[in-house]
Design a protein around this ligand. Structure first.
Ligand code: MCN
Ligand code: CUN
Length: 778
């Protein structure tokens, strides 16, 4: 089925925040810090206020007067809305100008005079805990260092024992660099405080409208029914639109101060420099095995750079997200990891870019470590994986770090990927190529990279998971109108994933109503039930399950109505898609449309049965879902220029039952492109003063079709046993699995040069340096 929403998108009729214009609307712009770390000694706004088109200038001091200078982050920290004491990263919000138009607001920023006293910045996370490191968060009481948290998982002692007894131990330091999801649409908000009704409406780019509303309620002290958060069409979120940014709060305050609606939309550089980044994990991995390649244990130490405020959005009990699944897809005896989070003078964030709550980092780590081990053992990396993958009979599998993998058949999926790619032929081509290289007849290298991943998505069971105290369940409401058309209301919010299509398909499958007759309403807190929103690929696992459950409840209500219509006992009715009929008499039946009309009619219903045809549900998932996949990447590398070309990419994904195969493939295509981008091109770089070096697309590179091969997809289907329709999430799978496949491929190409590891991004310069680092062994 084609996407219902595309009819408006491809005609340019999407309705994004910046498309909305309200009568009398003013425009805001944010003044940002040029320094990574500096004391603010004074702010003079006189000239800006004198600008003929400026209506107001708001500073940290204005906000402090309202008790709004600081706001809570999603990780139980606080973040400055507008700086009052110090600036803590380059690009931090310092003042907010409200003017009659966007250009005047921006012009007036230059009229604000701020005196800064620069302080030494902490740029390298590895130096953040040094005794002489400047303390970034001196706003927090009693704070004498840059330490945020320590978190560990697994059994340290048992792991140490396993390592002590192992034949082989391989160690590797690696960095998953700071990257940014860079969605097509930047972030923005329009706030409209109605002075008569006292109702605040915020149109905003949010992946979690209900969570945002509750946070506004808590921060502003307004009751929730006086706040309406609307998330219209969104041009990509990728985790960038989970958090609340200072600009949103400034727009709200601006509307209160001026009595007019205020629009604030950031530009590309602001988005790249100040909004939620991703990753920035310095990892030390160790892997232990027998000499013939049976993996025994994995041990990891991580230093996590969280920037100046701990603004990562993770479930409360999981400060390092779901990094705990770092044991990957393998049957091992013991594992342990410890993660230390630190403050640095960089933008806050840390949940973004299809991260699956840090499973990107975990999968990259374990998949690199398996290749490092293969290198040391002189074993084929695909064979090493096949030897250690969990076996189908081990499911549900209880991992050594406490996760319950719901279902899987890993060897089948890896075998399919290897077959599709023609693995053996590729290896023989590579052997021939290496002979030519060794004899100096060619500098064209070829690499084959394999990665196998398992994700844990669909957060999550309420008793284990909450964000800022809000449990991670989601509501759904389904109403069938008298004519048999339906409306489904969801708490999650699509940013391009196609929910208006796929969620209609779930109802269609359960009730036999055409998906064209089912309207999916989302992204408006006044119109939808409460729930935590779309991220961590949770919409299908949680809201998708809620949708199947409400549809089934409606079906059961329909059965009672049908029984009254047919004057039979409900137990004597049988369902076939779209109708209830009398067992043994298929002709005697009523379609769902007939039943819907009857449910709204004067038909007498049994005692206690209400009329109409609707249902509601709050779905509290019993477990996460565990999608997985096997990826294989083939690269050609020019040893003289360091240029990498991705020749082929085979991706076999298993996300259980696929609701819409085309949408699933689209999700995978996007994620694979992300992976090529991160592996080869992307990094948020900083100089030693903390200046951000990637504030535009000239420096922060996005992959285009030129860098991407024609993706070769395959699938296996292992339904989730606890999900009502057996579906698992897919939205982040490819971003999680693909970087390791690409990096493994490049390093496989460089193997003859004795290169075992190099950090992303593997730019031509990085590859060239790796090649130069050691002489060609022939
Ligand atoms: N789907 C399906 N069958 C399945 C699983 C999913 O047909 N077995 C469909 C779903 O119904 C949905 C889509 O695939 O239409 C993605 O579903 P899901 O895996 O549940 O992920 P979410 O809908 O929760 O989307 C979130 C996920 C995340 S966290 C990031 S990051 C990301 C991603 O989606 N951001 C995206 N993919 C994106 N795609 C677009 N176009 N834009 C983004 O911002
Ligand atoms: Cu981590 S990015 Mo998605 O969960 O929105």
């Amino acid at each position: 089925m084609h996407r219902k929403e595309d009819a408006r998108f491809i005609r340019g009729h999407g309705n994004y925040v910046d498309d909305i214009t309200l009568s009398g609307m003013l425009h805001g712009a944010v003044l940002r810090s040029p320094f990574a770390h500096a004391k603010i000694t004074s702010i003079d706004t006189t000239s800006a206020e004198a600008h003929p088109k400026v209506r107001a200038v708001i500073t940290g001091e204005t906000l402090a007067g309202l008790g709004l200078a600081w706001m809570p982050t999603l990780s139980h920290d606080v973040q400055a809305v507008l700086a009052t004491d110090k600036v803590r990263f380059q690009g931090q919000e310092v003042a907010f100008v409200i003017a009659e138009d966007r250009y005047s607001a921006r012009d007036a920023l230059e009229l604000i005079d701020v005196d800064y006293e620069p302080l030494p910045p902490v740029v390298d996370a590895r130096k953040a805990l040094d005794a002489d490191a400047p303390v970034i968060r001196d706003d927090l009481e009693g704070r004498t260092d840059n330490h945020i948290f320590d978190w560990e998982s697994g059994d340290r002692e048992r792991t140490d024992e396993v390592f002590a007894a192992a034949d082989v131990v391989a160690e590797q330091d690696m960095l998953y660099p700071r990257v940014h999801p860079a969605p097509m649409e930047t972030c923005g908000a329009i706030a409209d405080m109605d002075p008569i009704t006292g109702k605040l409406t915020v149109w905003t780019t949010t992946q979690a409208p209900h969570a945002h509303r509750t946070i506004y309620a808590l921060v502003a002290g307004l009751p929730e029914h006086k706040i309406r958060v609307v998330s219209p069409d969104i041009g990509g979120g990728f985790g960038n639109k989970v958090g609340i940014y200072p600009g949103y709060v400034c727009a709200v305050v601006g509307s209160i101060v001026t009595g007019k609606p205020v629009k604030w939309v950031e530009d590309r550089s602001e988005n790249l420099m100040s909004t939620s980044f991703a990753r920035d994990y310095h990892m030390h991995g160790e892997i232990a095995s027998t000499s013939d390649g049976k993996i025994l244990g994995i041990r990891v130490r991580v230093l996590a750079d969280h920037g100046a405020f701990n603004g990562t959005a993770q479930p409360t009990k999981f400060p390092a997200g779901f990094f705990g699944v770092f044991t990957g897809s393998y049957d091992i005896e013991a594992a342990h990891c410890s993660v230390t989070g630190v403050y640095t003078n960089k933008a806050p964030g840390g949940v973004a870019y299809a991260c699956s709550f840090r499973i990107t980092e975990a999968v990259y780590l374990v998949e690199r470590m398996v290749d490092v081990l293969a290198y040391d053992l002189g074993m084929d990396p695909a064979e090493l994986r096949m030897r250690n993958l969990l076996r189908p009979e081990q499911f549900p599998y209880h991992s050594k770090t406490g996760w319950e993998y719901d279902s899987g058949d890993y060897p089948r999926t890896l075998r399919l990927a290897l077959e599709k790619a023609g693995y053996d032929e590729l290896r023989s081509e590579q052997a021939q190529r290496r002979e030519l290289n060794a004899s100096g007849r060619s500098k064209d290298l070829m690499g084959i990279g394999v990665a196998f991943f398992t994700e844990a998505v669909g957060a999550g069971p309420r008793k284990h998971m909450d964000i800022l105290g809000l449990g991670m369940a989601d509501g759904a409401e389904l109403r069938v109108h008298p004519t048999g058309k339906a409306v489904l209301r969801l708490s999650c919010q699509s940013q391009g994933q196609g929910h208006e299509t796929t969620f209609a398909q779930i109802v269609a499958e359960e009730l036999g109503i055409s998906p064209d007759d089912i309207d999916v309403v989302h992204g408006d807190t006044d119109q939808t039930p409460f729930g935590l929103g779309t991220y961590g690929s949770r919409s299908t696992p949680v809201s998708g399950a809620a949708t199947a459950v409400v549809a089934r409840r409606v079906r059961e209500r329909a059965r009672i109505v049908a029984s009254a219509m047919l004057e039979v006992n409900p137990v004597d009715l049988e369902w076939e898609k779209g109708r209830w009929f009398v067992k043994g008499d298929p002709e005697a039946g009523k379609s769902i449309q007939d039943i819907a009309m009857a449910a709204h009619s004067s038909l007498e219903l049994p005692e206690g049965v209400e009329g109409h045809l609707d249902a509601a549900c709050v779905y509290n998932p019993p477990n996460l879902t565990y999608p997985f996949g096997a990826y294989l990447c083939v690269v050609d590398v020019d040893a003289e220029t360091g240029q990498v070309k991705v020749r082929r990419f085979v991706a076999v994904d298993d996300c259980g039952v696929r609701i819409n195969p085309m949408i699933v493939e689209g999700q995978v295509h996007g994620g694979l492109a992300d992976g090529v981008g991160m592996a080869l091109m992307q990094v948020m770089a900083f100089d030693e003063d903390g200046n951000h070096l990637g504030g535009s697309f000239m420096d922060y590179l996005l992959p285009t079709s030129m860098e991407c091969p024609s993706w070769e997809l395959g699938e296996t289907c292992t339904p989730s046993p606890h999900h009502p329709i057996g579906a698992k999430g897919i939205g982040e799978s490819a971003t999680v699995g693909s970087p390791a496949a690409v990096v493994n491929a490049v390093l496989d190409a460089l193997k003859p040069y004795g290169v075992r590891h190099a950090d992303m991004p593997l730019t031509p310069a990085a590859v060239w340096c790796a090649v130069q680092g050691s002489p060609l062994r022939t």
